[in-house]
Design a protein around this ligand. Structure first.
Ligand SMILES: Nc1nc2c(ncn2[C@@H]2O[C@H](COP(=O)(O)OP(=O)(O)OP(=O)(O)O)[C@@H](O)[C@H]2O)c(=O)[nH]1
Length: 512
């Protein structure tokens, strides 16, 4: 019984531990996933804000060009001092705007006069010059029908070297270069390139905004007055104009993805990849498509919440297991107590032999089994002779001791398969199952009578004690224990009558 409980108990504990471990693992992985998603969403949002800011700054820079364009379109001619005054209002504080150039159309017939005018201002020593795109060595412009030399520029000091550069030619290689776009009334945005003024510095992009003859809306070469150029340095925009994200260091990369072959604008060269997550967003500048990548330097750090949840589940599991162990220990203690109680209920408290109830139950089972097998049983009623005298002369306690010692003697004398019970004061019932012959019975009874006698002789004070034994044998005529016990009782009574200290086997004759 106990073993079965232990197995169930162990299985239950293992089940709870496994469920607890699984629950903790599942809760940990799900909450970690949610936590990672929360952190990821948070970082993505921060990165998105940076991308929005970058786009805002770009659009804001474009508005500078729009203002210049509006100014030029609304007047027939803009003088250098007007250009400078206008710039002094719009450009201060705009370090992402490297330059605003005015490059008017100069016909080949006007070249000399134009060059003379620039040189008179102390600029363009080479006159109108050109620069092949990969090269940065200026050469005097080759003869061609028209030029678009940078004539006014702001801030002048940092752009002196660019004055005279035929900027439109520099980008006229593609079929959709600035001049072609101007003839469609559209602006043209270049890819990132190194500038004449600062060859080794950060790359720049230029937006060519065509300016047409005042009051016209036709887009022809004849109507084209020149270009306003906005020179932006995206690196400055990203490194100086973007506010950092507090507590979240990040790398930023900018690429031009307009063509088939994306080109990294910033930083130039390779950078070690960041340890944290990276997010990409599109940016637009004029006709070009850019992409800004924001890569966080530190790997995603999740809070301790998932581990705490898992820990809580493990703790709860341990509490349940502990409570279960306790209650089972209590119930097994109850089981032991119950066993003891049933032991007490089925045992004679003085001698420890079976009591009347338990021998009745056992005899019932033994006799029921007998029908299937061979052999028979003997039911013996043993009543001590002259026991009252023991109590009277030696006291009740000595009487108890004698009862206990004789009970012990019965156990020793009988076979292990025999059962002895005390059913009253000095009265015992013995059940001897699986007997084969009458000799088995008489032998056992004689041994019993003899051992009681021997005991009495050894104990002088109780030398008068002996036993009278009545015996009834089971057989096809009777397998009922109560009846057998009545018969044995009757035989015992006859044995007393015949002078005690003997055994007598019940036979129908006794009844007559
Ligand atoms: N010490 C002791 N005596 C008991 C116990 N139960 C009953 N007795 C006594 O046992 C005695 C049994 O009496 P009897 O069997 O009538 O007396 P007896 O002297 O054996 O008489 P015979 O059987 O005719 O030989 C009584 O004196 C009871 O009081 C017990 O648990 N302990």
């Amino acid at each position: 019984m106990r073993n079965r409980y232990s197995t169930y108990y162990l299985a239950l504990l293992i089940l709870i531990a496994a469920a607890g471990a699984f629950g903790a693992w599942k809760a940990y992985s799900v909450s970690r996933l949610l936590e990672e998603k929360r952190v990821d969403d948070n970082l993505r949002e921060l990165a998105q804000i940076q991308a929005f800011r970058a786009q805002d700054l770009l659009s804001d820079a474009e508005r500078v060009l729009e203002a210049f364009t509006a100014y030029f379109q609304s007047s027939e001619q803009v003088t250098e001092s007007e250009f400078r005054r206008f710039s002094s209002v719009l450009l201060p504080g705009r370090n992402d705007v490297y330059a605003v150039h005015w490059a008017p159309k100069v016909l080949s017939s006007e070249r000399k006069a134009h060059e003379a005018a620039m040189q008179a201002r102390g600029l363009a020593p080479k006159g109108i010059f050109e620069l092949a795109l990969p090269s940065l060595s200026p050469v005097p412009a080759l003869p061609r029908p028209r030029y678009f030399p940078i004539t006014f520029t702001e801030p002048l000091e940092q752009n002196r070297r660019a004055v005279g550069l035929d900027a439109a030619l520099r980008f006229s290689q593609p079929a959709d270069g600035p001049i072609e776009m101007a003839l469609q009334g559209r602006s043209y945005t270049t890819g990132a390139f190194p500038i004449v003024q600062d060859e080794k510095g950060p790359l720049a992009v230029a937006i060519f905004q065509p300016v047409h003859v005042y009051g016209t809306d036709s887009w022809t070469m004849q109507q084209l007055r020149g270009f306003l150029l906005l020179l932006l340095r995206p690196e400055i925009l990203l490194t100086e104009r973007l506010e950092p994200i507090s507590g979240q260091p990040y790398q930023v990369r900018l690429s031009d993805i307009s063509g088939a072959d994306p080109k990294q604008i910033y930083p130039r060269g390779n950078v070690a990849p960041a340890a944290g997550p990276e997010y990409s967003f599109p940016l637009a500048l004029g006709s070009r498509e850019w992409q800004v990548d924001i890569a966080f330097e530190e790997p995603v750090r999740v809070s301790h919440a998932p581990a705490a949840i898992a820990g809580l589940i493990i703790l709860l599991t341990l509490v349940v297991m502990f409570a279960l162990t306790r209650s089972l220990r209590q119930s097994s203690a109850l089981l032991v107590a119950n066993n003891k109680l049933s032991l007490l209920a089925n045992r004679d408290p003085l001698t420890g032999l079976a009591n009347r109830r338990s021998i009745e139950e056992l005899a019932h089972e033994v006799l029921a089994l007998e029908t299937r097998g061979e052999g028979f049983s003997a039911v013996c009623v043993v009543d001590l002779d002259n026991f009252k005298k023991v109590n009277d002369s030696l006291g009740h306690q000595q009487g108890d001791i004698l009862l206990m010692e004789l009970a012990e003697l019965f156990q020793q004398t009988l076979r292990s398969s025999d059962i002895a019970a005390r059913i009253g004061g000095d009265e015992f019932v013995l059940l001897m199952p699986q007997l084969k012959s009458l000799n088995d019975v008489t032998g056992a009874l004689q041994r019993l009578v003899n051992s009681i006698r021997a005991y009495a002789e050894d104990h002088e004070q109780v030398s008068y004690v002996s036993a009278s034994i009545g015996v009834a044998l089971s057989g096809s005529d009777c397998r009922d224990f109560i009846l057998l016990q009545q018969r044995a009782d009757r035989a015992m009574y006859e044995a007393k009558k015949a002078g005690k200290n003997r055994y007598l086997i019940w036979s129908p004759d006794l009844m007559s």
